[in-house]
Design a protein around this ligand. Sequence first.
Ligand code: SF4
Length: 270
Amino acid sequence: MTGQPFDSPVPPGTGWPGDPATRGTPVALTAVDVARLAADAATVHEVDAMSSVCRACPRLVAWRESVATGNRRASFAHQPYWGRPGPSFGDPTASRLIVGLAPAANGTNRTGRMFTGDRSGDWLYAALHRTGYASQPTSVAAGDGMTLTGVRVVASVRCAPPENRPTPAELATCGHWLDRDLALTAASPAGLESILALGGVGWNAALAAARRLGWAVPRPKPMFGHGAEEHLGLPDGGAVRLLGCYHVSPHNTSTRRLTEQMLDATLRRL
Ligand code: SF4
């Protein structure tokens, strides 16, 4: 896409399209580091930059880099792999967030952009284009010119996990980045109007972040469901709508558990 060679994983600040980090971006090595650096981030761009070089979860760092260097899917074997955490993607002034699960090993972990280069992303970006949020219907590579307006896509866990299953400890550690994304968005001039949670993991991650931030979360804990809607109370008296949507996973879309119509209808409520 860029015509220039890259190492795998891609070193920060070497020209990969959309790379938010530089060679000098501080690197978190522990959960304590993540909490400290996330709290220090003054903008969502800083969250993107620091999370994109994070190394706080040893199991996930080892997995993402092993896929990037030695276990690439055969059809992508000739390509460089991002091999780093997936930073959030979209409009930095957005008042709407989409919270997914985690990067795919040969999707975001290859391309460096959320939901880019895999079948889940094909579904999500086509729907975002149909509903007016995305500039184009396909998302194949970080340098393809895609832009989002009014919405940003974030992950519950920013590194590709084996079998798409992060551990509770990994979710808790990465939750510090999510907390800061939510807090900064809520404090922005546009505010945080709504969150679309893709699947139960995204739903639970959004609720856990809201609780950690001191927002009012209904009790008992609201259950995830497609089309579910809850209101999270902000300290200033405002509220954030939380919407549930089945994940755009190949399993859900190939079985028609989630259809284009269902996804579009949920995005139109965002
Ligand atoms: S999962 Fe999150 S906290 Fe863990 S290494 Fe990746 S970016 Fe850092």
